[in-house]
Structure formats: C-alpha cells, structure tokens
Design a protein. Structure first.
Length: 205
C-alpha cells in the first residue's frame, strides 16, 4: 500500500524513532525528525510520538520549549500517533502520579504495567478496523480507563492496549519493530481523512 502526499513529523529527542521513520518510508511517506522547537514550524500532516522513556521525553519537551506547541497543534486537530511511551505522553492521567505530560487524550494509563516477568513479550490480537496483528510489548503501559468519546480498538487479557480519540491514536505496543505495516496504514488513513475534511472546509469557506 502506497500512501502519497503525506509529510509526517517524528519526535526524535529520545527513543525508538528511527524504526517509525523506516516503516513510513516503506509506505512511500515523507518523514522528518523533530529535535528542537524550530522543527515544529515545518508543515506536517501528522505527528508520531515513539516509544522510549516517557519521563525523559516529557522533561526534554519542556526543556526544549516544545511541550506547549505540540499540545496546541494536537488540540487544533493535528493527527498524532503515540506508541508505548508516546501513549503515556498523550494520556491526561498517569496512575499513581500527580503530573502528566501533553495530556490531550482523555485516558488514564498505568506505566510498566506488566511487571518484570512480562517486561517484554509478544502476542497476537485483533485491532478494530485492522484484524489480527502481531503485538510486541516492551515494558509496556496499558490504558486503565477511558472517558466518553474514546474508542477502544484492542484489548489483551482484558486490558486496553489501543484506543482512539478524535485525531489521536494511542497504543501500548510497538508495531514499528514488526514487518506488519497495518497499524501505520491505519494512522495514515486517519491523516488522509483529516486532510480531506480540511480541504472541503477550505473550499466551502
């Protein structure tokens, strides 16, 4: 599947960002790395927040002056896809913690939720709108609860591992480390629909 005419920014301050870039490039999508505030000035059709260390990433977003700008862009409708730590960055609430990060997705997550014995594991499960996909969990969180308007897309052992809220897609696993491109294709379809909606709004204005 080739999806053209999309320009996706990938947060590249820490974590597994290069794997996302390779996955998107295999789909014919242009990517660029976001390492400092000025990178956010580039035109982008979507944003990926990769896995990594969410506390470190959140700290860097504040120190680099990017947190408020990213939050504003998401709240203004920019499609965003957060994996693992990226999901934690998006969550409005983090279990047993008083602070959050970008906090635009009305979910509560629990970090490192599977404990040391299941710190990393692989499985397969159905994801709504896609089908059965491989799922790789690496010190993964899960979504403990959702507010109204959040669509649950996948569960593993009764725990929510993928959800969508408007222009935001958050998942607990790492699709970028597999050869299966369907989760990224799902996000790119979100991007395309929002592009088409924006175009229609401009034409009718």
């Amino acid at each position: 599947m080739k999806i053209q005419n999309s320009h996706i920014g990938v947060l590249a301050v820490q974590g597994a960002f290069i794997e996302h870039e390779h996955m998107l490039q295999s789909l014919g999508v242009e990517t660029f790395e976001i390492r400092q505030k000025k990178d956010l000035n580039q035109p982008m059709d979507g944003l990926i927040l990769p896995g990594g260390e969410s506390t470190v990433m959140g700290k860097l977003l504040w120190e680099l002056g990017m947190m408020d700008t990213i939050r504003e862009k998401i709240e203004s409708g920019l499609p965003v896809f957060g994996t693992c730590a990226g999901l934690i960055l998006l969550a409005e609430k983090i279990a047993d913690e008083e602070t959050s990060h970008i906090a635009t997705m009305p979910v509560k997550v629990r970090r490192n939720a599977y404990g040391r014995q299941l710190g990393s594991f692989h499985g397969e499960a159905d994801m709504k709108g896609i089908g059965c996909i491989p799922m790789t969990f690496i010190r993964a969180p899960y979504i403990e609860s959702c507010e109204n308007g959040v669509e649950v897309l996948a569960e593993v052992d009764g725990r929510i591992v993928a959800a969508r809220y408007k222009n935001q897609l958050g998942i607990a696993f790492h699709p970028e480390v597999t050869k299966d491109t369907r989760v990224h294709e799902y996000f790119l379809k979100m991007v395309r629909k929002i592009q088409q909606k924006d175009l229609l709004n401009q034409e009718s204005a």
